[in-house]
Design a binder for this molecule. Sequence first.
Ligand SMILES: *Cc1c(COP(=O)(O)O)cnc(C)c1O
Length: 402
Amino acid sequence: MKSSVNLSAGRSYLAIPGPSVVPDQVLQAMHRASPNIYAGELVEMTETLIPDLRRVARTRHHVAIYIANGHGAWEAALHNTLQPGDRVLVPASGRFAIGWSEMAEALGLEVEILDFGTTAPWDLARIAEVLEADREHRIKAVLGVHVDTSSSIRNDVAALRRLLDAAGHPALLMADCIASLGCDRFEMDEWGVDVMVAACQKGLMVPAGMSFVFFNDRAAAARAALPRISRYWDWSPRSNPEMFYQFFGGTAPTHHLYGLRAALDLIHAEGVENVWARHAHLARAIWAACEAWGEDGPLRMNVPDPGLRSNAVTALHMAAPNGTRLRTWLEQNLGLTLGIGLGMAPPDSPEWHGFFRLGHMGHVNGHMIMGLLGGIDVGLKALDIPHGQNALARAAAVLAAS
Ligand SMILES: *Cc1c(COP(=O)(O)O)cnc(C)c1O
């Protein structure tokens, strides 16, 4: 460390790919006495969340709200549509797809993983082969992670629907949009997605603790055909806000609901399309800086093709252990926290310390992204990590060309 002055006091910045930065409006909405959970404002307000959640997911269909994180929504989606022995296909381009498949296996489902590694998107031709070979339609669902937060790869969910249709395959199409909802364009109905899972702490900007399963009538029919379903995870009462107490299987997540109301107000005041455009523009500035750093140093983005990158998260690599050194230094000295690498190398291996990630989802704007990039530039210099110059100028040029 070259300076003994510590510059970390002031507002800290958590730039990890979830939980994301919580807007002051959301925090203020949550800062209140506990409301009545049986009648009155909370009950009426909760009903207004449903249409506004649908508008973010671009669906006319149903949504169930769970007091759970994303893992809970993963399990709920599977539990409401499938039963032990059913087969699911999981095309994977990162750790989160593998995680969802492990959950499926634990529920007694028969899992077929098509693992495309951590730097490539789904190989659609390979998936088509598997679907076409499945003439008996033993595969009941395809589980696709839209943006895999570990690799930062964005997969083509609409193309997966086209494959299913071309093969005349009736499997349900399920999408994990936990990282992408409210960041990368996602069109549930237009893309023919039957079930979509999301959580509140990423693009939806609410502290962790609430998650969502969106489902259409095909998925509801699969639920209706099941012989038995867990009372708690059943999505039927949870998609009917008139049954308020059953809606949450008990006490409502009171403060989270107020937080979500404020977050949805922010999203819809800006407009979902504008929210996506903001994420896309900020992501381009980040990538311009990363390219510049990489020109004269070993920093590289995990996904070489910009067309396959998510606008919500960027996975990066440097020579180990510089990823960990940079993260640690930035947190201790500048109050800036970057994300750890996930699923790219074994956690106990030396290589693990080369990977890190930037979260740029939700409540982020131009000056925050310039602050994020500026902080990284400071850290690279303070630690004498080789890097190309002009990163900040390149990012500024991207943002200036709005
Ligand atoms: C964060 C995330 C999850 C897990 O969500 P939790 O709330 O941590 O359970 C699953 N899938 C994706 C794509 C994610 O980004």
